[in-house]
Ligand binder design. Structure first.
Ligand code: PGA
Length: 238
């Protein structure tokens, strides 16, 4: 893996967007998974700028959702889909048929898992997978203890994730489980990027970078990914 440290969030976001932009410019029909949440919003702003004023063409890309809260409707503020719609899909007017997202309200969640696993397999794997990191080291909703061999699956959320996840919602929200891409997807993506910014991520970034790969720390999977990128700002490497 390659660790790149930037002086601030703005340059971190621009450089992460540049990695994504270069990849898609070379492979226009990329299968792209971008995390929702607060970390990548600067990257989205840069990509929106690239599309609107620098000729980046996303019309042949297919976008796959990284994860979703089980039991939260897609239109509810705080759902992963709602965040992606607001921050990325709607500003770019990405057509619905170019977006494949977990439905956290599905009556058959196993079928949802199969649908997304099959879709990714049919494309020969993900091209780009941009993820953030939880303060407990989770990647997407792969909580501590998740096998590095997992594909998409239903996940029981860690208490820390349920608590921290409240920040996305307008009112206190019951969070129990999620449906998520797996760590094997991350390992096998052609361009896997782990991104983190800010002091609140410094402790987990230090732990991630100094811990040998162990399933009790999902983010440590990055050590197994030679072609992976860790993109962080100075505040996250205190
Ligand atoms: P954040 O979430 O980008 O909102 O900090 C990251 C995560 O929990 O994976």
């Amino acid at each position: 893996m390659k660790v790149n440290i930037y002086p601030d969030y703005k340059t971190l976001s621009r450089s992460t967007a540049d990695l994504i932009n270069s990849y898609i410019s070379a492979k226009k029909d990329s299968l792209v998974c971008l995390a929702s949440g607060h970390t990548p919003r600067g990257v989205f702003d840069c990509l929106i700028d690239d599309v609107t004023s620098k000729g980046l063409d996303l019309t042949h890309c297919t976008f796959v959702g990284l994860d979703e809260w089980v039991g939260i409707p897609a239109h509810t503020k705080g759902s992963c889909r709602a965040m992606m719609d607001e921050d990325f899909f709607h500003p770019l007017q990405i057509p619905k048929d170019r977006i494949e997202f977990f439905n956290g309200m599905a009556s058959d969640l196993n079928a949802e898992v199969d649908r997304i696993n099959n879709l990714i397999a049919a494309h020969g794997g993900l091209d780009i997978m941009l993820v953030g990191i939880g303060t407990n080291g989770h990647i997407a909703m792969n909580e501590p203890g998740t096998s590095f061999e997992t594909l998409a699956h239903i996940s029981m959320l860690a208490d820390e994730t349920k608590e921290v996840g409240q920040k996305y919602f307008a009112t206190s929200t019951q969070l129990n489980s999620g449906v998520t891409l797996g760590l094997k997807h991350f390992r096998e993506a052609k361009l896997p990027i782990l991104m983190a910014n800010g002091e609140k991520k410094a402790a987990i970034i230090q732990k991630t970078l100094t811990t040998l790969p162990v399933e009790s720390l999902p983010s440590s999977v990055i050590h197994l990914i030679d072609h992976g990128f860790v993109m962080i700002d100075q505040a996250a490497v205190k």
